[in-house]
Design a protein around this ligand. Sequence first.
Ligand code: 5CA
Ligand code: ZN
Length: 409
Amino acid sequence: MRAWESVPVPTVPGGDDGAVAIYNAAQARLLPVGPPAGTARLYTCGITPYDATHLGHAFTYVSIDLLVRAWRDAGLEVRYAQNVTDVDDPLLERAEATGRDWRDLAVEQTELYRADMAALRVLPPDGLTAVSAVMDDITQTIQALHERQAAYQLADPDYPDWYFSVTSTSNLLDGAPVSVPEAEHVFAERGGDPERAGKRHRLDCLVWRQQRPGEPGWDTPLGRGRPGWHIGCTTIALNALGPAFDVQAGGSDLAFPHHPMCAAEARVLTGEPFARAFLHTGMVSYAGEKMSKSLGNLVFVHQLRADGTDPMALRLALLAHHYRSDWEYTAEELAAAQARLQRWQAAVARPGAAPADGVITAVRAALRNDLDAPAALAAVDDWAVTPGSDPAAPAAVAALVDALLGVRL
Ligand code: 5CA
Ligand code: ZN
């Protein structure tokens, strides 16, 4: 399905040489991501469409947008796929609790998300793929896993669900940011069912769930039911990008088990790695807790917009935090970003200013160095207070800030 309207991205001179590096958790160091030339391939885990778009989501997608923009600045094309998890427990539970059809809820919330992303000038993926639209593909993926002895059906007379066998490939916990004892706990917290009787391994993840009363179901050779969470992203990413694509991105709450599960399933299917690198964004909290749908401590982008917040000020408030840091949103953050936006707007409205070369180099270097947005903002702040008389500089810096930071002044 369609994503959202793109915005033009100005070209900033001098970007063609050099690579973008991001922090690689498995190797605990910075590594270049993307090919030296040609097309970079990115998969971003999309929303589960209820309670969209809160500031945690916005931080994640604005941070990932920096990678897309840095790649483009380095002369690469970007092939970019993103899913919408419109068939999963939390969405279905919310629909049930509020007496709504899950499809209506998903459509409404996806539309809000699109409008918020467009307002924040996040460059769109090539398309959004709803899990509900690819049931045949997902079924085929599970059948292919089954043929390779990596998926099995439970001998449960009521609900013979299908599971992915985590021991069918190299250790799932290799490179995972959790210790073995933690893994089951985190797995259970994030939708897993370690206690389910009859599984071969407690971490085996559900890939196909037979229909329960009141739940949606699709008729497939696996039975009438619906897919588990991870298999949707595995299928959508492989079909859109092929194996060994450059980056899979999402919040750090996906670092386990979601991303390793996707990777393990894909490795069995293709014999190749899934993503070459993962990008995990920090968690935004509010009022002392991680901003989350289950806790309900949410600040919504559409609410701030309706209250008259300039989306560019909001974008600057998000960019003031490095993508890997966890941070707490406060109203003061937004006020500070609003003030910065006004300073920058005044600076680019000057008839002349300090030459742009230095700030272009600094912003570009900061972003190529693990998407260091706070360092990039500091470089623009410095330029804005430096006097000068270069008549071309204000427009050049406005283009720089637009192209690389996505902030239109
Ligand atoms: N549909 C799945 C991914 S396949 C999902 O996690 N959906 S979500 O709606 O819960 O989250 C969408 C994205 O926002 C994910 O990348 C998630 O990691 C990220 N996210 C969720 N909450 C926060 C938060 N408080 N701070 C930062 N990012 C968050
Ligand atoms: Zn995902």
